[in-house]
Design a binder for this molecule. Structure first.
Ligand SMILES: Cc1cc2nc3c(=O)[nH]c(=O)nc-3n(C[C@H](O)[C@H](O)[C@H](O)COP(=O)(O)OP(=O)(O)OC[C@H]3O[C@@H](n4cnc5c(N)ncnc54)[C@H](O)[C@@H]3O)c2cc1C
Length: 406
């Protein structure tokens, strides 16, 4: 019977364990936490957005889209849903964002643990792997108390994001030690920081906005949704969605700006006519009063300041230049980004094990036979919306069945 060792009992490690055991292997999972699936429990605000009906390839990011597509073709959405249904998970569909019907991430962890137990997977908890060696007898995983041996090894140790859940980046050092290239991991799905002194005053504002992230004149990413203003910068789902591009550009020493359109309900080119009409209707109002009903007070003050218009000025006296400055302040609210928040605040990492060195159909290393990778450790990250877990299921499944020898 083939012995499969798995480092990491998170989403991808548990999926790999169940898949390898079902395929007939003797499986041992080495997990440093006192429980498996700790990060999974925190997903989707405790509800676990486990995948998404929309599987457009652009929702996955990484150096090689072909690698990701090949893997998803081998085990994608429908197989994932079948798999979880077979374990007892009924799906709750929220506009294509899929959750367990119980709305509890713990259900997902529990069904995976139950199946692992049923398949006689050995789950070694409180077991931190310190070193990996490749010997004649196979892979040796050294822990403080014991050395575990396997014919095949699956590295499923996660990234460096949210290290309090156990993923402290040690998987990258094991991959490097076994001869693999690692593309620098950087925080993704994370808040963006600015040194703009206006921000502490904007703290607490939440507004629907179109978020366009530029680096040196090039549009890198765009998204729309509720933006949260914090004392240090920008947060909220649309900011998370574009953040990985900003963080990577900053790392390359480039300048990064976010342009916010705070009137996203207007079609392109409509903003000037909108303001002309509003100014005409409110000609007797002060500039400050003109913005009431459209923006929160603190934001209105900031917009007028940016447009260099006094809050006391009568709207009917606005010059064309002043109106255009107001249009620009609202539809192209520029924020110079100085940094992203760190790994401790990031949901995932971009970067990871270079996928050119991994077979996308099996997740096996092209450099070391019987070595497999799964999950976020690879250079694949997803948008917010269930894509990171879908990647954990896809890669975990492929690594598991192939490590078992199928
Ligand atoms: C707050 C939060 C919310 C999220 N919500 C969602 C969501 O709703 N939908 C979605 O798709 N994605 C979500 N994600 C992302 C998703 O959780 C991860 O992409 C996914 O869990 C990655 O799975 P993994 O198996 O690669 O890594 P992990 O789940 O991090 O598992 C890695 C495991 O390896 C163990 N380990 C690491 N090093 C060692 C070692 N040396 N020895 C032994 N064990 C080790 C760790 O303790 C850990 O348990 C969220 C992330 C966070 C932080």
């Amino acid at each position: 019977m083939r012995q499969v060792l798995i480092i990491g009992g998170g989403a991808s490690g548990l999926m790999a364990a169940v898949s390898a055991a079902r395929a007939g292997a003797k499986v041992t999972v080495l997990e440093q936490n006192k429980q498996a699936g700790k990060k999974l429990l925190a997903t989707g605000n405790g509800r676990c957005n486990l995948t998404n009906r929309d599987q457009t390839l652009s929702c996955y990011r990484g150096s090689s889209p072909e690698f990701i597509q090949t893997a998803l073709d081998a085990f994608g959405l429908s197989q994932t849903l079948e798999f979880f249904y077979s374990l007892g998970i009924v799906i709750r569909d929220r506009d294509g964002y899929l959750y367990p019907y119980s709305d509890q991430a713990s259900s997902v962890v529990e069904v995976l643990r139950m199946e692992a137990e049923r398949q006689r997977v050995k789950l070694a908890l409180n077991t931190r792997v310190q070193k990996i060696r490749l010997e004649k007898e196979g892979f040796l995983a050294e822990t403080p108390g014991w050395s575990y041996v396997g014919d095949a090894l699956i590295l499923a140790a996660g990234s460096c994001a949210a290290p309090e859940t156990g993923s402290d980046g040690s998987g990258y050092s094991f991959a490097r030690a076994l001869g693999h290239k690692v593309i620098e991991p950087l925080p993704a799905l994370v808040q963006l920081r600015t040194k703009d002194p206006a921000f502490p005053k904007l703290k607490g504002i939440r507004m629907e906005a179109d978020v366009a992230l530029y680096s040196e004149g090039t549009l890198l990413a765009r998204d729309q949704g509720e933006v949260q203003f914090t004392e240090y910068g920008l947060s909220g789902i649309p900011v998370f969605q574009v953040s990985r591009y900003g963080v990577r550009a900053l790392r390359q020493g480039k300048k990064v700006q976010v342009l916010l359109n705070l009137l996203p309900f207007l079609k392109e080119g409509e903003a000037d006519a909108f303001w002309q009409e509003r100014i005409l209707a409110g000609a007797c109002k002060s500039a400050g009063q003109l913005l009431v009903g459209l923006f929160p007070r603190k934001m209105a003050d900031c917009l007028l300041k940016r447009a260099k218009i006094s809050a006391d000025q009568t709207a009917g006296t606005f010059t064309d230049r002043e109106r255009k400055a107001l249009v620009s302040a609202c539809t192209a609210f520029e924020v110079e980004i100085s940094a992203g928040n760190g790994f401790d605040r990031a949901q995932v990492c971009s970067g990871g094990v270079d996928t050119r060195e991994v077979n996308p159909k099996t997740m096996e290393s092209r450099k070391v036979q019987n070595l497999y990778f799964a999950g976020e450790l690879l250079d694949v990250d997803g948008a917010c919306g269930g894509y990171n877990l879908q990647w954990a299921w896809t890669s975990g499944r492929l690594a598991g069945i192939h490590a078992a020898g199928n």
